[in-house]
Design a binder for this molecule. Sequence first.
Ligand SMILES: *[C@@H]1O[C@H](CO)[C@@H](O)[C@H](O)[C@H]1NC(C)=O
Ligand SMILES: *[C@@H]1O[C@H](CO)[C@@H](O)[C@H](O)[C@H]1NC(C)=O
Length: 268
Amino acid sequence: MMCRGLRLAGWASLSLLLALTGKGQASNMNCTLASGISDREQKVLNLLEPISNQDFSTSSTDGTYTYYFRICGDAHGAGSAGVVQEDSKSKKATVIGRYNSTQAFNGSDWVMLIYGGGDNYTSHCGKEQRRAMVLISCNRRVSAGNFEVMSEERDKARDCFYLFEMDSSYVCPETHLSIGSILLIVVFCFLCVYLVGGFLYQRLVVGAKGMEQFPNLSFWQGIGNLTADGCDFVCRSRAHEAPPTYRGVPTEPLGEEPEERDDHLLPM
Ligand SMILES: *[C@@H]1O[C@H](CO)[C@@H](O)[C@H](O)[C@H]1NC(C)=O
Ligand SMILES: *[C@@H]1O[C@H](CO)[C@@H](O)[C@H](O)[C@H]1NC(C)=O
């Protein structure tokens, strides 16, 4: 019994490891572009590859339907269906869009994913195939989530669609460092190297102890003192009024007593 349990645990951890290392492989991405081959659209899809192994679902606000969504994979187990609508009571599934008919385009911080080729409308929209549009917006706080159904546009003769929204950090623009921040980082690095290098030099080569290990201590102390003087001069507005009152307090009692005694002594 023990042995079997151990072996099971071993297999479980091995398959977990395989699942983890296999994550994000191209095999998850089964989308076929409706337009044939497009480098641009393929690049947009590649942005979403890291979250292609996740299932998303949401309920309509009145609770009549549940929607399932997967990026370039089978949603809710239905063959080639990327978005599936399930009736909450009858459990009847309707394919809203298939990933073998995908379109994808992006803006600076969003991606629009469109699955065509869904099940035909029975009466609306000229009985055309259903279509799902998923707007994925940049949100740096979630890798993928907040999948929601927004609206169903079906009161027209054709080009109807279901609109969904989702958040993902994978569609966020790459942050480019400005020249200013690069300069700051370089200066900071030099400062670190200077401090650590100087410290080691003072300690190991010069053999300094305590505060003296600080590189160019006297120079920086001089700068510090100068700055303090400057500050004193510029910032301390009451510099000339303050000293007499403070100085007077401790000296008065000491100075007065002998004077008073002298005064008494003089007339005698
Ligand atoms: C997509 O797949 C469905 C079912 O698997 C099939 O009926 C349909 O013809 C396919 N569409 C395209 C464009 O290949
Ligand atoms: C779309 O995403 C790509 C990255 O794959 C990016 O280089 C490009 O700027 C984005 N398009 C727009 C309009 O921002």
